[in-house]
Ligand binder design. Structure first.
Ligand SMILES: [Zn+2]
Length: 76
């Protein structure tokens, strides 16, 4: 008998940014609030980080709208 079942496939994940498949051992991982995210490299991690920061500042701008127009609409 020959044991031929010894091929261990490396676990693969896909990059959070470019969705490229990479072996988990080569991935850059970042632990977020609830789960771990993987990147094929620091380049993608950087991209993701920038995206997140941009989104964050957008949110801040969004909460700044309190210009109520409840006072100037006369009925025809
Ligand atoms: Zn990537």
């Amino acid at each position: 008998m020959i044991e031929q079942d010894k091929v261990v496939e490396p676990e693969k994940i896909s990059c959070e940014v470019c969705f490229k498949e990479i072996p988990i051992s080569e991935a850059t991982s970042v632990r977020a609030t609830d789960y771990i995210m993987y990147y094929c490299g620091l380049e993608c991690y950087d991209k993701w980080k920038k995206q997140k920061e941009e989104r964050g500042s957008e949110r801040r701008r969004g909460s700044e709208r309190r210009r109520g127009s409840k006072n100037g609409t006369p009925n025809p």
